[in-house]
Design a protein around this ligand. Structure first.
Ligand SMILES: [Zn+2]
Length: 123
């Protein structure tokens, strides 16, 4: 016999979804170290995603990010072969495993990270 008088032990989940979802991490595909977050995605030169080809013929799909605490920029900034006119680049490598993740761009009062999207994955 079913009674209606028992105190419900569990209630349906009624908590509201937090208004600000936590930042979604993007990690290095090779070592899993946190590189940047979804919320750091930005638009530069009218797009977030840019397809570029280097002098050796390799094609890269870059995403622009305002910040990448898990990447380290190395070398001297150079305008040589830059993919963003007027912006100098440096190599950007993973702090965790030193994998090449993309480039850091700076100049014209701006700076951002251009990271190769298929070298990142969701945390
Ligand atoms: Zn790594």
């Amino acid at each position: 016999m079913v009674t209606a008088s028992t105190t419900p032990a569990t209630l349906p989940e009624t908590r509201a979804v937090p208004r600000e979802a936590p930042a979604e991490g993007l990690v290095c595909r090779r070592c899993g170290a946190l590189v940047t977050t979804e919320t750091a995605r930005i638009v530069r030169r009218d797009a977030h995603r840019h397809t570029r080809i280097n002098p050796h013929g390799y094609v890269f799909e870059l995403g622009c990010f305002s910040d990448a605490p898990g990447a380290v920029a190395s070398g001297e900034p150079t305008l040589e072969f830059t993919w963003f006119e007027g912006l100098a680049w440096r190599m950007a490598d993973c702090r965790g495993c030193s994998a090449h993740l993309g480039w850091h761009y700076q100049g014209q009062g701006d700076e951002f990270w251009g990271l190769v999207l298929d070298r990142l994955s969701r945390a």
